[in-house]
Design a protein around this ligand. Structure first.
Ligand code: SF4
Length: 404
């Protein structure tokens, strides 16, 4: 098979993996080719809109497992291909030289067994690093169940490593991916957490969860994410809306991936990581799923109206962050500026506060921007829903073709 045909097959087979992100590594190049950057490097190229500066490929789409949701599963009759290590190097270096990519995301189906596949990934990345002196960003998928010394070796070669948790519960995993064991995944996470340093997975670890393939609630998903962040210090949990590519009686009969839900989970994940909110602040047993019409922060505000309005010239940083329309940057600007002068609504606008959302939840110097008698939950909710820009579903999670 020609190399370009392999590339077409193995780039296409990799497109359903959302667990890559190129930020978080900072290493200068003294000798060889390529640099990493501490800021996210997200230009366009391979992959799926979520990670577009990396060449995202599988080493092989052959797999001994038969996960029900996966296009590459053993029982599917699809065209199969496997790169040699030298072929991956050739493609990566060629694309890098042409400025198409700034790094590589390399995953694989499980060929023969976990150890065999890991050795192939290690051989490939060792060639890139030591024979071709490629110093650019590499994110590799660790194969759950592989021996610890192989995890150690792979971790010493890459910037980021991920092991996919796949589904939010062990029950879900048993149902749709019975060959996989959550403990094999968390063992890798634990190892990376303990050993991580500037020479071992310096950009940290991430994972992916498939959303909507089983019937877990958003509460189940967020609790799982929160525990992963807490227990294993993950950099990111990536949520991947279940894409119906296979027919199986155990799979949900969705026509389209639940992209709005995926979007809400990312927004909520952000609130947990940067806004100091807890899962119990945004979801509970009585309300275990997100409102698809408004974002989780606005939903939180509407369900806790007794905490508002927030007086802009007084409340602390984390209270400011609870205001819809105020983000990390504008909250920091507010804190800085109000040391010097008292802020009014025009100042907020200049600082980047989205006033059409914030106006229902704030006062400036004890003044409201709109008639406070109108500030009823139903009125605010109706206006926030109107302001909520529709998600352009066809643009989310779309794989850019290497050949398009
Ligand atoms: S292990 Fe499961 S998800 Fe991964 S490639 Fe094989 S069948 Fe697909």
């Amino acid at each position: 098979m020609e190399l370009k045909d392999k590339l077409r097959i193995l780039a296409d087979s990799a497109k359903y993996d959302a667990s890559c992100s190129s930020s978080g590594s900072n290493r200068q190049n003294k000798y060889g080719m390529g640099n990493t950057s501490i800021s996210g490097i997200c230009h366009s190229f391979s992959s799926d809109g979520r990670c577009i500066s990396l060449l995202k490929i599988l080493m092989s789409n052959c797999c001994i497992f038969n996960c029900k949701y996966c296009l590459n599963r053993r029982s599917n009759n699809i065209q199969r291909a496997t790169f040699t290590p030298e072929e991956v190097c050739e493609i990566t270096l060629n694309f890098y030289r042409r400025n198409y990519i700034e790094g590589l995301f390399l995953s694989s189906g499980i060929i023969k067994d976990a150890d065999y596949t890991m050795k192939l990934l290690i051989e490939t990345i060792s060639l890139l690093r030591f024979k071709y002196h490629f110093n650019g960003y590499i994110h590799a998928k660790a194969i759950p169940g592989a021996k610890e010394d192989l995890v150690k070796k792979l971790g010493s070669l890459v910037d980021r490593m991920s092991a996919n948790i796949e589904l939010p519960t062990k029950e879900g995993l048993k149902l749709l991916a019975p060959n996989k064991k959550e403990d094999n995944v968390t063992q890798i996470m634990q190892y990376v957490k303990e050993k991580r340093n500037r020479n071992f997975v310096p950009a940290g670890q991430s994972t992916q969860m498939i959303i909507g393939g089983t019937n877990e609630t958003d509460l189940n998903i967020m609790e799982k994410s929160f525990s992963l962040y807490q227990n294993y210090h993950l950099k990111r949990v990536f949520y991947s809306a279940y894409i119906p590519v296979n027919k199986d009686r155990l799979l949900p009969s969705l026509v389209k991936p639940p992209l709005k839900r995926e979007n809400r989970l990312y927004q909520a994940d952000w609130l947990l990581r940067y806004y100091n909110l807890k899962v119990s602040d945004i979801l509970d047993e009585a309300k275990p799923n997100f409102n698809l019409l408004i974002d989780p922060k606005a939903d939180y505000a509407l369900r806790h109206l007794e905490e508002y309005p927030k007086e802009i010239n007084k409340v602390n940083y984390y209270e400011l962050l609870k205001v819809p329309g105020i983000g990390v940057t504008s909250a920091k600007r507010i804190i800085q500026s109000r040391k010097v002068f008292k802020l009014n609504f025009d100042d907020l606008k200049r600082m980047g506060v989205v006033m059409k959302r914030a106006k229902y939840f704030i006062t400036c110097d004890n003044k409201f921007l709109i008639n406070k008698d109108m500030l009823k939950k139903e009125f605010i909710e109706a206006n926030l829903v109107l302001d909520n820009k529709p998600i352009i579903e066809e643009n989310i999670g779309k794989q850019l073709s290497l050949f398009g």
